[in-house]
Design a protein around this ligand. Structure first.
Ligand code: ZN
Length: 245
């Protein structure tokens, strides 16, 4: 089975389509595992929800998905994110709202747990340091946990003997072989990467190989930016896509 691991699509249909085309070019896609934030920031919230739903998939809810349907107070958002969120809320039809509201904070399949932020705090916590990742291994039972939220591709590996945890990079060159150590894995962001690389980021888990492959996909950033301009979305959100930040 081949599972496409992706998240933080953020209403960027052009990036999402590029990722799916890339995954399908590499082989048959059996299922999508989405770690949340389908919407927010970008110009195509409804279309991104509709495209995801055309695939067999699992998806957890992200903070932007919550905010778009009133499950979370946007006073916690910065002004640009809040403005994009208000615009997003106006674009969603009834059925799309119901779909977002139906998404759970946590899901599991096989050896994997899916959450948006962290297993300890699925909506809000960012896992960017080994200090925060280390304590989070106690908050899920499966061997592996998939997260999003930071939009940065990375892997934390638990070291049972020392009680510590190390940060590994998720490399395009070297597949991540799943072995005895428990892992927390972030595939990076599809629609708004934040690691200095503007290309869309995602991963594929191949259960036959017991390995995760990381990929970066160039997409037409200018096309997304142009639609954001047309909708009057904040300029800072438009510009950052050029830099992957
Ligand atoms: Zn996000």
């Amino acid at each position: 089975m081949r599972y496409v691991i992706l998240g933080d699509i953020h209403s960027n249909l052009t990036a999402f389509e590029a990722v799916l085309a890339d995954a399908e070019r590499r082989g048959e896609v059996d299922k999508l595992w989405c770690v949340g934030d389908i919407v927010g920031y970008g110009p195509d919230p409804s279309q991104c929800i509709q495209l995801l739903r055309r695939y067999e998939h699992l998806c957890v809810i992200g903070n932007h998905d919550c905010a778009a349907v009133g499950l979370l107070d946007i006073s916690d958002f910065n002004p640009d994110a809040a403005a994009a969120c208000r615009w997003t809320a106006q674009q969603l039809g009834q059925e799309e709202q119901e779909y977002l509201k139906s998404l759970p904070q946590r899901l599991g399949e096989g050896d994997f747990t899916l959450v948006h932020g962290s297993p300890r705090e699925p909506i809000w916590e960012y896992l960017l340091s080994t200090a925060s990742a280390r304590v989070n291994f106690a908050y899920f039972d499966s061997p592996f946990c998939l997260v999003g939220h930071s939009h940065v591709p990375l892997v934390f590996e638990e070291n049972k003997e020392s009680g510590g945890c190390s940060l590994l990079s998720l490399s395009v060159e070297v597949p991540l072989k799943l072995a005895e150590h428990r892992l927390i894995i972030n595939p990076g962001g599809v629609g708004q990467p934040r690691d200095g690389d503007p290309r869309a980021s995602y991963a594929i888990y191949d259960s036959d190989d017991e390995a995760i492959y990381h990929y970066r996909v160039p997409y037409d950033v200018a096309a997304t930016q142009q639609r954001m301009m047309q909708h009057g979305l904040p300029i800072h959100l438009i510009e950052r896509l050029s830099y992957g930040w």
